[in-house]
Design a protein around this ligand. Structure first.
Ligand SMILES: [Zn+2]
Length: 385
């Protein structure tokens, strides 16, 4: 295998010397690959018989959650690429959430450490890239790959006509980002069945991270609720350090290391589950507002007594249905009318609020299904009058 690569590398170097590698800022360079690609790449072998049909093209699905856990699709591709080519470093998949928008923060990107300055590594990268991108991204679709970056160029399956476009860096590794179907390994290269588009997680509150779910989502996300609460504390994610992290660790009762580590991530998620907060694993505005009431600088519902909240709910929301998973101002009114502890009045209808609704329903002779309609508002009004 190694010998084959030395031959391919020699060919690649020869071609590179003859062809003019256009400048990045030149329009003529648009569409040109980052390295000289072999016309007939060896490529990777699927462990199953691929179906005749092709997996659908996902739109660009940027990072929306902070979830530093390696996903199966990138892990399987990494192992297969390393086994096939036998060169380069394994790189990493998931990382902290501090580097801006990156699918690495959701464990659905992989960096294969292959340097353009190393002819053997560069040739292996060229073969892989040629195989992924050939025939309008046929294999990218089979793997659920969203885009590839190498040697200052990006190629994306959701914009095939544009070809290779200018990007930056990535001269020492190939970056591969996956759509959610590819990240979960739910595509034909691995399963033998044509997959579906998986839109992944959705944020509940505008400006906040999404809660990571393990369930594929067939529909795009709805509009997130405009943030119901703001605090004087900044958002903090996995990988961050400093005094604000230490403050949260005190409130959460975990070791005060000042480092947002795995133990802190786990404690944040546990706290969020206990308080009807979206399980983002991030110290976001709804979580700070719950952890530290004194930090609240803006809230949508202020100065409402339980009686006034019940009256307002009956007047404004009697014709709408509030079910589990809903995030809205109406839910804050509901939580106030239900006399939930202040830490649980966060606008999100999770299991704590559902349980309180069910208690109200049982006490009022209503079916305890946890769903709020006109009868529940009426019952709350009667209970708080
Ligand atoms: Zn990367």
């Amino acid at each position: 295998m190694r010998r084959i690569w030395i031959i391919v590398a020699a060919l690649a170097i020869g071609a590179g010397l003859m062809g003019a590698p256009g400048l990045l800022d030149s329009p003529a360079a648009a569409g040109q690959p980052p390295v000289t690609l072999p016309a007939i790449p060896t490529g990777l072998t699927s462990p199953v018989t691929p179906p005749a049909g092709l997996d659908p093209v996902s739109p660009y699905l940027p990072q929306v959650s902070c979830s530093p856990v390696d996903m199966p699709g990138p892990m399987m591709l990494r192992d297969l690429v390393i086994a096939t080519y036998g060169v380069g470093g394994r790189g990493n998949i998931s990382r902290g959430c501090t580097e801006g928008v990156s699918e690495h923060s959701e464990g659905r990107a992989w960096d294969w450490i292959v340097n353009v300055k190393d002819p053997v590594e560069k040739a292996a990268a060229a073969d892989f890239i040629a195989w992924v991108t050939q025939d309008a991204g046929r294999n990218a679709r089979r793997l659920g790959i969203m885009y590839v970056i190498y040697n200052e160029k990006i190629w994306s399956v959701y914009n095939i006509p544009a070809g290779w476009r200018a990007s930056s860096g990535h001269t020492d590794h190939v970056h591969v980002s996956f759509a959610w179907n590819g990240a979960r390994g739910n595509t034909s290269f691995w399963t033998g069945r044509v997959g579906t588009i998986d839109y992944g997680s959705c944020a509940r509150f505008a400006g906040s991270y999404a809660e990571r779910t393990d369930t594929p989502r067939a529909k795009p996300c709805g509009r997130p609720t405009s943030a119901l609460v703001k605090t004087s504390r900044g958002d903090r994610q996995y990988g961050r350090t400093g005094g604000t992290v230490t403050r949260a660790q005190s409130l959460l009762g975990v070791a005060r290391t000042g480092r947002f580590d795995a133990a802190t991530w786990s404690a944040v998620r546990t706290y969020q589950r206990a308080h009807d907060l979206p399980g983002t694993g991030v110290l976001d505005q709804p979580t700070w507002a719950s952890l530290d009431r004194a930090s609240i600088t803006r809230r949508v519902v202020i100065g409402y007594t339980p009686a006034r909240a019940a009256k307002q709910g009956l007047a404004s929301y009697a014709r709408s249905t509030l079910a589990k998973g809903r995030a809205a101002k109406a839910v804050v009114l509901l939580q106030t009318a239900l006399r939930l502890p202040l830490a649980d009045r966060n606008g999100y209808l999770g299991s704590v609020t559902v349980a309180a609704v069910q208690r109200l329903q049982s006490a009022s002779g209503l079916e305890p299904d946890g769903v709020v309609r006109a009868e529940e508002w009426q019952a709350l009004r009667a209970a708080t009058r």
